[in-house]
Design a protein around this ligand. Structure first.
Ligand code: GTP
Ligand code: MG
Length: 351
């Protein structure tokens, strides 16, 4: 499991100062005190979101400030409260106070909210200090400062995408090209012996986690090769990316290569073979006349799968693939959110 962590600073808004003022109006001699209170500073709120899945955004932007309360004004006008700031974190994020080491919160579900730094109270204006014997008070209070914390966010990441394919298909090479992960790569089957995760950035905002696992061979679900036990590492991914090597020198039929994997997935767990899938023609730099590539294109068309042509050596098609994965994940997340939203809306009718 890949662990992602960051330290961020959160500063809630300061309260506004109370005001000293006296009423001055024509024909009203000796108007009383009229200094209004300061507004409250904004809170910093963390909210868990199923739309986010990494802490990457915090690396680039580690400081958060909520709005300050405005100062009170004459004529008993209270200052406006400062704006709260809602910071969204991925589900699975655990928040610690960096200074005390105390665990503050574990966001184990979406749409949970906590106030991690409270805004300062506004100070009272002089109007609040008036009594029958103290009619022209000049006392007033400054606003309280907003809370300031350093928070340690830790996220245990689950992969969004699983790479599957025969041994030597180029899975680890692909992961090493699209993420910072450095899995072992070599020109023989079963190079990968342990799953490896990498975080992929696609565009400004989007990122996702990809898992590379050992290759599968025919009979893997009966224990051949390294077996299918590593598939449990990608059991909870939303999307499978299936690599088929289209090198000219291979003699197998790409459709058979494809079906071997599909059969092993189903042998491990029927739902696994039903997962959304993108097809990747890997090693296109070695495609030569392109016979295997064309055969794979036909497989994609027949099975209604989106096909990407990539080479981890020349870099061809890698950007398109990253964008294609991000797009597909976006669609899948939206469909999930809609499904969750509609079931939530239906719930009350049954209560
Ligand atoms: N020419 C070329 N060679 C590639 C490409 N991608 C991978 N290779 C080579 O293919 C071999 C296997 O690559 P890996 O990335 O280790 O394959 P894998 O699918 O992870 O293999 P296992 O871990 O054994 O299942 C290595 O020698 C890579 O250098 C490619 O796009 N073009
Ligand atoms: Mg590998």
């Amino acid at each position: 499991m890949l662990i992602d962590e960051v330290v961020i600073t959160v500063k809630a808004g300061d309260g506004g100062n109370g005001c000293v003022a006296f009423r001055r109006e024509k024909y009203v001699p000796r108007g009383g005190p009229s200094g209004g209170d300061g507004g409250k500073g904004g809170d910093i709120i963390l909210e868990s979101s199923s739309q986010h899945n990494t802490l990457l955004q915090f690396r680039y932007n580690p400081e958060y400030r909520a709005g300050r309360g405005r100062h009170g004004e004459g004529s008993n006008r209270t200052g406006h409260d400062g704006q709260d700031l809602v910071v969204r974190v991925p589900v699975g994020c655990v928040v610690w106070d960096e200074q005390t080491g105390e665990k503050l919160y574990d966001f184990d579900r979406p749409d949970l909210r906590i106030v991690v730094a409270k805004g300062g109270r506004g100070g009272r204006g002089n109007a609040r200090f008036a009594t029958s014997t103290h009619r022209a008070p000049r006392e007033h209070e400054p606003g309280e400062p907003g809370q300031l914390y350093r928070l340690h966010l830790v996220l245990k990441m689950l992969a969004d995408v699983g790479l599957v394919g025969l041994p030597n298909a180029g899975k680890s090479s692909l992961l090493s090209r699209i993420s910072a992960a450095r899995p072992k790569i070599a020109d023989y089957p079963f190079t990968t012996l342990e799953p490896c995760l990498g975080m992929v950035r696609a565009g400004e905002e989007e990122s996702f986690v990809v898992a590379d696992i050992p290759g599968l061979i025919e009979g893997a679900h009966q224990g051949h090769g390294l077996g299918t036990r590593f598939l449990r590492h990608i059991e909870r991914t939303r999307l499978l990316v299936h690599l088929v090597d289209v090198s000219e020198h291979l003699s197998s039929d790409p459709e058979l290569d494809f079906d071997i994997i599909l059969k092993e997935l189903a042998g491990f767990q029927p739902e696994m073979a039903q997962k959304p899938m993108l097809l990747v023609a890997s090693k296109v730099d070695l495609a030569g006349q392109g016979e295997r590539l064309r055969a794979l294109e036909q497989v994609a068309a027949r099975r209604n799968l989106e096909l990407f042509r990539v080479s981890s050596i020349t870099g061809e098609g890698l950007e398109e693939l990253k964008r294609g994965i991000a797009r597909k994940l976006g669609q899948l997340r939206r469909t999930e959110a809609e499904a969750a939203g509609s079931s939530a809306a239906v719930m009350p009718a049954f209560q």
